[in-house]
Design a binder for this molecule. Structure first.
Ligand SMILES: NC(=O)c1ccc[n+]([C@@H]2O[C@H](COP(=O)([O-])OP(=O)(O)OC[C@H]3O[C@@H](n4cnc5c(N)ncnc54)[C@H](O)[C@@H]3O)[C@@H](O)[C@H]2O)c1
Length: 336
């Protein structure tokens, strides 16, 4: 089976993709500098699938020499590129950090791919490239107008990948995820962001009394005054990456796909659902309001359905239940 290199594979979404790749018998090499990721999911997966199926390199994408070394050693057929800094609020405070890590890191990755003649790239992009929606649902032709440096860093990286890929024969799929939620359904892998920026994760932590829940969204013009987002399950997302790889290997051209459910939920609706499913009416404390947020966004998912053959199968209820399972076993997430 071919070798896939996964950047950011020790992080939240990346570790779920690594798990699925291993289940599908791929050989995997993970590159992660552990600035936001953890050794534990890698160790757990190595224990289950064997060290020979999953290699781990603690390396930084900003270090070109390190990247070239890993590629020379591994000679991967394809790359799933998850590694990035992705906190909207932090990106507004420290934009330079986001452009250096997300854009320069991706450039080094591309240079290593060119040298090693790696053919395929699947890039983790985001609906943040669209900014405030001009119409709903948001399709891939929607105007691109990021509202924060995080989204801008992803848009610049998309463009860079596209130009360099075209010149050097690297075919690519950009996956623009909407809001990611859930944990693996067996409760073995999950989210460990500290503090988490993700609403469903935080609401479940509030319900399980792990940490008081804080409402940090601004007041916006929506049906109940709280932001509306499209929450897509992390295992569904992992499946989309395999579909994207398959799509490229079948000889299709580079393309861009939205990954969401096609439906929006407001912050208050999500809180209500978490309270109902867990049977816990937790207190809603007001926290420091986040910067760089917008009112309403949800995805048009027709293109991913028709061209990739992907659709989200898991519901918000499934995501909530998987997170309950995960946090019951790992109240503080990974710690190492
Ligand atoms: N979580 C979401 O809701 C969401 C939504 C849209 C897009 N995305 C994108 O998905 C990807 C994964 O997000 P996540 O939620 O799993 O984040 P995460 O922070 O859990 O994982 C990112 C991983 O990348 C690693 N990393 C960061 N910079 C690195 C560098 N310079 N060198 C090596 N490793 C580095 C981190 O250590 C971490 O393990 C990101 O690219 C993000 O922009 C996430």
């Amino acid at each position: 089976m071919s070798k896939i290199l996964v950047t950011g594979g020790a992080g939240y979404i990346g570790s779920h993709a690594v798990k699925l790749l291993l289940e599908k018998k791929y050989q995997v090499a993970v590159v992660d500098n552990l600035c936001r990721g953890y050794r534990q999911p890698i160790a757990a997966l190595q224990k289950k699938f064997g060290r020979s199926s999953l290699k781990f390199y603690r390396a930084d994408l900003r270090n070109e020499k390190e990247m070239v070394k890993v590629f020379t050693q591994e000679k991967p057929e394809a790359v799933l590129h998850f590694a990035a800094l992705c906190l909207v609020n932090e990106s507004v405070e420290k934009p330079e950090k986001y452009f250096e890590n997300n854009v320069c890191g991706s450039l080094n990755l591309l240079k290593a791919m060119i040298l090693q003649k790696t053919k395929y790239l699947v890039f983790s992009s985001t609906c943040a490239v669209y900014g405030e929606s001009k119409y709903l649902p948001v399709d891939e032709k929607h105007p691109l107008s990021p509202a924060n440096p995080y989204g801008e860093s992803k848009l610049i990286t998309e463009k860079m990948i596209s130009w360099i890929g075209e010149r050097h024969g690297i075919r690519q799929v950009m996956l623009r995820y909407f809001n990611v939620s859930g944990a693996s359904s067996d409760g073995t892998i999950g989210d460990s962001k500290k503090p988490s920026q993700l609403l469903i994760q935080n609401a479940v932590r509030g319900a399980l009394k792990i940490e008081p829940f804080k409402l940090v969204c601004p007041k916006v013009k929506t049906r109940d005054g709280t932001p509306v987002r499209d929450y897509v399950n992390v295992e569904d997302l992992a499946e989309a990456h395999l579909k994207a790889l398959d799509y490229l290997k079948r000889g299709n051209q580079s393309d861009i796909f939205n990954l969401g459910t096609g439906q929006g939920s407001s912050v208050l609706e999500i809180i209500k659902q978490v309270q109902e499913i867990t049977g816990t009416k937790f207190k809603i404390n007001k926290g420091k309001v986040r910067k760089g947020e917008y009112a309403e966004v949800y995805a048009d998912i027709k293109k991913a359905k028709s061209k990739l053959g992907w659709r989200s199968k898991r519901t918000i209820k499934d995501s909530i239940n998987s997170l309950v399972k995960w946090y019951q076993k790992h109240p503080n997430g990974w710690d190492n």
